[in-house]
Design a protein around this ligand. Structure first.
Ligand code: ADP
Ligand code: ADP
Length: 233
């Protein structure tokens, strides 16, 4: 069953007198448990598409159903609730708060969800353990390597137990060894049934997914599913 369904999605930007179509007719279904890699050259529309999928922005035309609900029918507040409940975000630059510890960074989404302090800490610790960083709970982000910071950020994305993880170039700032560790975590999440959408420039990363989507000039020009055997831990 699909968690995401896009039909005829267009996103237009006004550039002076001209209208530019950043997305020019996207039809896409993503099923529960799929691991999709989104590829394409700079300026092809990947960020625009991710912003719409992540409910950070709305399409100009077309239908987006997230978990069976038409996003166009939701108010901005309802959209924010959908985003917080259903989607965990991972960024290229980690986006951790530098003045609080790893465990407090991981627990942040739970503050917004109204979870009490003790349970926040327990749940944050659980997900720090899941990414292999329980022993770094009290470290500040600047005391961690890039790969460790991204693992903290992944734990933060998971802590609300969202249905969908969206990651924009999550290994873009990491060395080969850390990249491998991060991709193993994504594969493990996929093995546990999470739906993952990942933007990457690198084919070696894209093959870790079970589906490869190519975006060009605002449309999806290739959609390949590959029977990659995942090394599920
Ligand atoms: P990438 O996703 O490749 O890192 P960006 O998303 O930062 O790149 O930008 C892609 C293109 O979109 C760039 O050519 C940039 O100039 C253009 N762009 C981004 N935001 C705006 C904007 N607000 N107005 C006009 N052009 C924009
Ligand atoms: P990518 O992430 O693949 O690099 P983007 O989604 O950032 O591509 O951009 C797709 C197209 O939309 C580009 O031509 C870009 O210049 C344009 N664009 C993106 N954001 C804006 C914006 N806010 N205003 C005007 N044009 C934009």
């Amino acid at each position: 069953r699909h968690v995401i369904r896009l039909r005829g999605i267009r996103k237009l930007y006004q550039m002076g007198q001209q209208q530019v179509a950043a997305l020019d007719g996207i039809d896409l279904d993503i099923d529960k448990g799929e691991f999709a890699a989104l590829m394409g050259p700079s300026g092809s529309g990947k960020s625009t598409l991710m912003n719409i999928l992540g409910c950070l922005d709305r399409p100009t035309f077309g239908s987006y159903e997230l978990e069976g609900r038409e996003v166009a029918h939701l108010s901005d507040d309802e959209l924010a609730v959908m985003r917080n409940r259903h989607i965990g975000f991972v960024f290229q630059n980690f986006n951790l708060l530098s003045r609080i510890s790893s465990v407090d960074n991981v627990a942040l989404p739970l503050i917004y969800a109204g979870v009490g302090a003790r349970e926040r800490r327990e749940r944050a610790m659980h997900f720090l353990e899941a990414v292999g960083l329980a022993d770094r709970a009290e470290h500040m982000p600047n005391e961690l390597s890039g790969g460790q910071r991204q693992r903290v950020a992944i734990a933060r994305a998971l802590v609300n137990e969202p249905e969908i993880i969206m990651a924009d170039e999550p290994t873009g700032n990491l060395d080969t060894k850390s990249t491998k560790e991060i991709m193993e975590i994504f594969q493990k999440m996929h093995g546990k049934g999470r739906t993952i959408i990942l933007v990457t420039h690198e084919p070696e990363i894209a093959v870790c997914a079970n589906r490869q989507l190519l975006v060009r000039d605002g449309v999806i020009t290739r959609d390949e599913g590959r029977g990659v055997v995942l090394d599920v831990v």
